[in-house]
Structures are given as structure tokens and as C-alpha cells.
Design a protein around this ligand. Structure first.
Ligand code: PLP
Length: 228
């Protein structure tokens, strides 16, 4: 078996075990394969294993893969920092944007989206006040969601978070899950499909699943260490 096959098998086992211990159905978890820095051949191998959703941070890299793999029915997720001057490409080459944290960017993505179906977006939250990463706090999430509900080409699907290294992952993920619930209640009548909670990476996917993650984003434990 190849390394990727081995890694994937082990990962599915971890997801299964984490779901078993919190009485969840493994089918309720989407595995987002974070293929940043990995060549198209590796992504092709992952497609052969049955993976269909891929996460990318670096736009130029990603777009090359999106084009080369067009014959497959894949969902590409943008999970990097969004630069304002890259919004046109991001809005049209991806099915999902997980790192939305600014009203101005939301407006631009909606204006620039050409496809008839809306772009799925997750609000990136940063509840541990880590200045080194993006994301909004509780109030910011509420304000941004209010705005998203007025933008025709964006579909708000939920929240995404990256925890600070110093944050206890159980506590951190539970507070994001709570916010996801609170917003769902607050905007109950207006939200068509508020179903996604993207949290948990290679090192802490168990804690995320136990807190209610519906999507885990795994790079290292699937594709191996990144050299850059
Ligand atoms: C790189 C990255 C991941 C994957 O992290 P691993 O520890 O390699 O599994 C997940 N989410 C985001 C936003 C990333 O940039």
C-alpha cells in the first residue's frame, strides 16, 4: 500500500473511533483534504481513493490544480488569507470560501461571482483573540452574518476556526460550536442551510469531532509533512 492509502486508512479509523465515543455517525463528518503545496499527482491519487473535497491556501497553486483536474467532480475550498485584489479568482474558481472575516471582502466576492449557484461561505471566527490569525469575534460574526443574508451570490453555511496553539482544544472548539448554535437560533428564519462547522486538523480532530465539528481539515496526517 502507498503511504497515502495507509494514512487515509488510519485517518478513517481515527474518525470512526472519535465518532463512536461521542455517539456520532461518521457520515456526518466531511473530511476536507488539505492539499496545499502538494502536486497534482498526489491530489489525483487522493481522488482515486474517493476523496472529493480539497482545501487550498495558495491561490496560484490552487488554480493550476483546479484546471488540471476539471474532469473530476470536485469541491475546492479556499482556506487561506483572502487578498482583496484576488477576489475575482477566489469567487469563481472555488465552491467554498472558509476564511471570510471582512464585510468588504464579502461584498466583493458576491459582486464578482459569475456562476448562477451561490458561493458557499464560512465565517472564520477567532474567539481566542490570537492576533496572528484572521477571524472575527462573537459580535463580528453576528454583524457579518447579517450582511451575508443580504448578498445574493453568497450562501452562509456556518463557521470555521483555527485555534491558537495555547488554547485548550476542547474548550476552544466547544465555544465555537456554541456560537454556531446561538447564531442558528438568532437567525432561525433567515438561514437556509446553516449546517457546517469546520474545525479540527491533524493534531486535534478528535476534540473537534467531540465538540460537534461537521468538517475536519487534514493535511499532514493525510499527505505527509509539508516541506514549505
Ligand atoms: C494547513 C491547514 C490545515 C491542515 O493542517 P494539518 O495540521 O497539516 O492537518 C487546516 N486548516 C488550515 C486553515 C490550514 O491552513
Amino acid at each position: 500500500m502507498s503511504d497515502l492509502t495507509n494514512n487515509y486508512t488510519r485517518l478513517l479509523e481515527r474518525i470512526r473511533a472519535a465518532c463512536a465515543s461521542s455517539q456520532r455517525d461518521p457520515k456526518s463528518i466531511t473530511l476536507l483534504a488539505v492539499s496545499k503545496t502538494k502536486p497534482v499527482e498526489v491530489v489525483t491519487e487522493a481522488i482515486d481513493l474517493g476523496l472529493r473535497e480539497f482545501g487550498e491556501n495558495y491561490l496560484q497553486d490552487a488554480i493550476e490544480k483546479v484546471h488540471q483536474l476539471q474532469q473530476h467532480a470536485l469541491q475546492w475550498h479556499f482556506i487561506g488569507r483572502i487578498q482583496s485584489n484576488k477576489c475575482k479568482l477566489i469567487a469563481n474558481q472555488f465552491s467554498w470560501v472558509q476564511t471570510l472575516d471582512r464585510p468588504k471582502i464579502a461584498q466583493r466576492l458576491s459582486n464578482l461571482r459569475i456562476q448562477p449557484e451561490p458561493l458557499n461561505v464560512l465565517i472564520q471566527v477567532n474567539l481566542d483573540d490570537d492576533p496572528n490569525k484572521g477571524g472575527v469575534d462573537r459580535n463580528g460574526a453576528q454583524t457579518l452574518l447579517e450582511q451575508l443574508l443580504t448578498l445574493p451570490s453568497l450562501a452562509p453555511r456556518g463557521l470555521m476556526t483555527i485555534l491558537a496553539k495555547s488554547t485548550d482544544s476542547r474548550v476552544g472548539y466547544e465555544s465555537v460550536a456554541q456560537l454556531h448554535q446561538d447564531l442558528k437560533q438568532q437567525f432561525a428564519g433567515d438561514l437556509a442551510q446553516w449546517d457546517t462547522l469546520s474545525m479540527g486538523m491533524s493534531a486535534d480532530l478528535e476534540e473537534a469531532i467531540s465538540a460537534g465539528a461537521t468538517m475536519i481539515r487534514v493535511g499532514t496526517d493525510l499527505f505527509g509533512a509539508r516541506s514549505n
